[in-house]
Design a protein around this ligand. Sequence first.
Ligand code: CMC
Length: 395
Amino acid sequence: TGMFTYDPGFLSTAACQSAITYIDGDKGELLYRGYPIEQLAKNCNFLETCYLLLYGELPNEAQKAEFEDTVTKHTMVNEQMQFFLRGFRRDAHPMAVLTGLVGGMSAFYHDSTDITNPEHRNIAAIRLIAKMPTLVAMAYKYGMGQPYMYPKNDLSYAGNFMRMMFGNPCEEYQVNPVVERALDRIFILHADHEQNASTSTVRLCGSSGTNPFAAISAGVACLWGPAHGGANEACLNMLEGIQANGGIAKVGEFMEQVKDKTSGVKLMGFGHRVYKNYDPRAKLMQETCNEILAELGLENDPLFALAKKLEKIALEDDYFVQRKLYPNVDFYSGIVQRAIGIPVNLFTGIFALARTVGWIAQLNEQMADPEYKIGRPRQLYTGSVARDVKPIAQR
Ligand code: CMC
């Protein structure tokens, strides 16, 4: 067994070099290309953040305008995509639909499928960033039985998404700027997070030379799980479950269950592989949560009160303190999204929409790396030694 390092879950293995995102888990620090997430969330919009992640620098005014223009021109999807979507059951989980639609893009956009070609990768990046909101909104409208809304290009990235989600062809849609800003912030906070499970999946998938859309759909599939992007949905379901079973009065009982290892119950939205301190994204998300609930007159939202109570208990409880478990980005993002009117089963789709830029920036970095090789982990074999196949009557 001395031949390979055995490291299940990659607790101590760096699989690549990267200049995109930096996390200091002990300090609770997150930088995109060197810029603190707090400053980006305050001073930049999502598309500027996309530009930064993709090209390494924040855009100047001209670059920003050109990038926004380019992305805007690609927001429509091929008309055939809606017939593909129609093959799904109406009650299909949006993440199942998205995995299919994103993978399916490789069959629609042949000018951007060669992952070894930087130009193809760049067009694929623009297409994916531009079309994800359209696809997520289409998946939602399809489930609701409502007509799809075509993108409207004089709106901002977040504003256009809101209209495609909540607008209808019968009336003008008014974008609420506070909600628009909250959504844009959710996108910024989820845009990249170095070598998490879905990003590593995208890198591994792309390392075989498959096309960029296929690699990103693998990321969508990985993100779906409740230990990863699915945590926002799982967290809100948890809060609703506690609320339905007696609410704040039952919080203590619920926490006892969480601490009882045999119960299998986790405090969703808590804990992180890298952060052993407060997730800086959770702080910003809590701020946004306060703003959005005030704007929408939902200050007394019982789930928010419940979440704050759970957090307070956890931050003082030995079980969580000793294990350095703090709220992560998903602890408050679900409450914000629910307040905005996004259905719970679409939360992870919003995460996928936002993380798409991170996935493609990481993929670009990998493919441009002269040391890049196909990803091929080794194993420690624990099966039978070589043996002979017996005739069936003797088995
Ligand atoms: N509730 C209760 N106990 C927990 C939790 C939790 N949420 N998270 C970790 N623990 C315990 C765990 O049981 C273990 O205890 P012990 O040492 O006694 O066996 C200890 O804390 C260390 O946890 P781990 O599972 O070994 O840590 P990990 O790095 O393998 O897992 C995690 C990280 C995020 C998967 C895990 O904390 C978790 O499942 N959290 C809940 C799901 C969640 O919120 N995920 C979102 C992550 S952030 C958004 C994203 O990037 O997707």
